[in-house]
Design a binder for this molecule. Structure first.
Ligand code: SF4
Length: 330
């Protein structure tokens, strides 16, 4: 099957100042990422703050052009001019329903905004679609005239989901969709996302720090470190036997007093590197408990096998001639 959405060798760099007298530097926020979203799946993207997850999601949403590489929808490269078509097919759900909803607009105005921006339908048609979308997210139609300030956190996140759904997209990019909510409400929102996925055949890219959420709803997990995807695997396998030392450290960090915040410096003994000066070879080598002599010299190649995909010298690429036995691109 052609993936609904794919990144092909996508990189994104930024020129940033190193500070007074030290000139400019290039920050490679996303580094040669290839990734595919299969229709109807939940693919989770995990990694510490600053690893490039948000840049990647902005590229997918068309909010940021890649410096190189391509974004493909149904196998077709997307161009900057395709913004409207992209918005019809890919919609974001942002992290914080408190800051992402305009407090001076009613729920009806907020949910209808994407239809208006993209000039979909007439006012009566838009009102009907908004009412149907409120039904879909489990909000009573009477909240259409309410303001975000009159609603609970869970209701606001339902409004944010309705705003994304109103365009009837195929893909939703959910960036920490429950992290600003009370624990008691989080599972309601996650279950709503799962119900919508089944009912509407949606595909999700879930960006999350919360590995419990990832384990609950994702089919596959992609692990990102300093702009690169270092491991991709089905969720159950990744949680049962992660292969990449960084993935293992992330999973172990859940057991620390600050779960879900990334790998604490104390855990690996070395802080997360400065992305302006990434380590040579495998960028994880200064923190890796399994480091080999080659790791600081040579960047590992990507191995794709029956267990998933991994970029680590402990798991070398398939020898020449074995490529035909490799499973499909992931
Ligand atoms: Fe560790 Fe080397 Fe694998 Fe990088 S390539 S994760 S440093 S063993």
């Amino acid at each position: 099957d052609t993936p609904v959405l794919a990144l092909r060798d996508v990189s994104r760099t930024f020129r940033i100042s190193r500070g007074l007298m030290r000139g400019k530097a290039t920050l490679r926020a996303v580094d040669s990422v290839s990734l595919q979203l299969r229709r109807g799946e939940v693919l989770a993207l995990v990694g510490e703050s600053g690893c490039g997850k948000t840049t990647l999601s902005r590229i997918l949403l068309g909010l940021l052009p890649p410096s190189s590489g391509e974004v493909l929808i149904d196998g077709q490269p997307m161009k900057p001019a395709d913004r409207k078509a992209r918005a019809r097919r890919i919609q974001p759900v942002f992290q914080d329903p408190y800051s992402s909803l305009n407090p001076r607009k009613t729920v009806a105005q907020i949910v209808a905004a994407p239809l208006q921006v993209h000039q979909v339908g007439d006012p009566a048609g838009r009102a009907r679609v908004v009412a149907e979308t409120l039904d879909l997210v489990g909000l009573p139609r009477r909240v259409a005239d309410s303001y975000p300030g009159q609603m609970s956190g869970g209701q606001r996140q339902r409004v944010a989901i309705a705003r994304a759904l109103v365009m009837r997209p195929e893909v939703m990019i959910c960036d920490e969709p429950t992290s600003a909510l009370d624990v008691s409400v989080q599972s309601q929102i996650l279950n709503l996302l799962l119900d919508l996925q089944k009912e509407l055949g949606l595909t999700y890219l879930l960006i999350s720090h919360n590995l419990a959420v990832v384990e609950h709803i994702a089919n596959r997990v992609a692990v990102m470190y300093l702009g690169r995807i270092v491991e991709v695997a089905p969720t159950a396998r990744l949680f049962a036997e992660a292969r990449h030392p960084y993935t293992r450290a992330l999973l172990e960090s859940v057991l620390t007093p600050e779960p879900g915040l990334g790998v604490p410096d104390t855990h690996l003994g070395v802080a997360y590197p400065n992305p302006i000066d990434p380590p040579s070879g495998c960028a994880f080598h200064p923190r890796c408990p399994s480091v080999l002599p080659i790791c600081s010299q040579v960047r590992p190649q990507t191995l794709r096998d029956a267990l998933g995909r991994i970029e680590c010298h402990l798991h070398g690429p398939a020898p020449t001639g074995a490529a035909s036995a490799a499973p499909q691109e992931q």
